[in-house]
Design a protein. Structure first.
Lengths: 82, 195
């Protein structure tokens, strides 16, 4: 379980450094959104202990994360028309 | 096929707490999308305002919540692994550490809010800060409630109230706490980092 915590810390540090060092770009926003999904899924699977629960329950946080993060990507990348 | 057979039929904790979790997912999900789509109306305003939020405090608070969640997992593992007496002793320590981190999160957030209020920033400053305050204050209240729940779980743990066979109450409180962590995991990059 400590490996999960280490991965979460590492991905959080990565997100912070991208923001703090002002490295945010189109490609890195995609990477940040993917790492956010991975972090959320790790919390759901290992901390909430849904990994070995029936898929109909396990996939609720997964569907939520997929929908919310995808829509955030749409909001950021969809061209803005005047 | 074999994997399906050994999968648990229900998630850990009481079903009621999962209903709360799903409602919170919908509520916060709508707020996250409200922020993301409102930003499209004035990207420059959002980007300029975002420069005023302290990414370092957001980062520290993310580490705090992730670590606190991890400590709660350790507490549950202790209850499942040890006899009631030892479980009570070990789990209480993990829960105390988790609570302390919850309290630290609240202090850091209060510091952050105070700094913003002293700069004259409030809900009506602009749309970015309306969302920033709405989301972070709303989440703050969840952390506060979660810390109170952890306190109550710890009180029961101390008197041996959870055993290897019966720890549903503890799992329910833990589920709430992990949800608070999960919501922050999305909130942090959205409000503090991505621009």
């Amino acid at each position: 379980m400590q490996y999960i915590w280490i991965v979460l810390v590492f991905l959080t540090l990565f997100a912070f450094l991208v923001g703090y060092l002002k490295l945010v770009s189109f490609a890195l926003i995609i990477v940040l959104l993917i790492t956010t999904f991975i972090k959320g899924q790790l919390v759901a699977d290992y901390f909430m202990d849904l990994k070995n629960v029936k898929n109909s329950y396990r996939f609720i946080p997964t569907i939520w994360l997929t929908f919310v993060i995808s829509m955030i990507a749409v909001a950021y990348f969809l061209p803005i028309t005047e | 096929m074999i994997t399906n057979e050994i999968k648990k039929q229900h998630p850990p904790g009481d079903f009621g707490v999962w209903v709360i979790v799903y409602v919170e997912f919908i509520t916060f999900g709508l707020l996250f999308l409200g922020y993301a789509f409102s930003r499209r109306a004035d990207v420059e305003l959002f980007n300029q305002s975002q420069l005023l939020v302290d990414q370092r405090l957001g980062f520290v608070n993310t580490l705090i919540l992730i670590t606190s969640s991890f400590f709660v997992v350790k507490a549950i593992q202790a209850v499942k692994k040890f006899d009631t007496k030892k479980a009570s002793e070990v789990a209480s320590k993990w829960l105390l550490a988790a609570m302390a981190l919850g309290g630290t999160f609240l202090v850091v957030k209060m510091f952050e809010f105070t700094a913003k209020f002293e700069q004259g920033i409030n809900l009506s400053t602009n749309k970015f800060f309306m969302f920033y305050l709405l989301l972070t204050v709303f989440h703050f209240m969840h952390v506060l409630l979660g810390t109170v729940i952890l306190f109550n779980i710890r009180q029961k743990t101390k008197i041996g109230g959870y055993t290897q066979e019966d720890h549903v109450g503890m799992e329910s409180g833990a589920t709430y706490w992990h949800m608070v962590d999960l919501l922050w995991i999305v909130l942090f990059p959205l409000i503090y980092i991505i621009r």
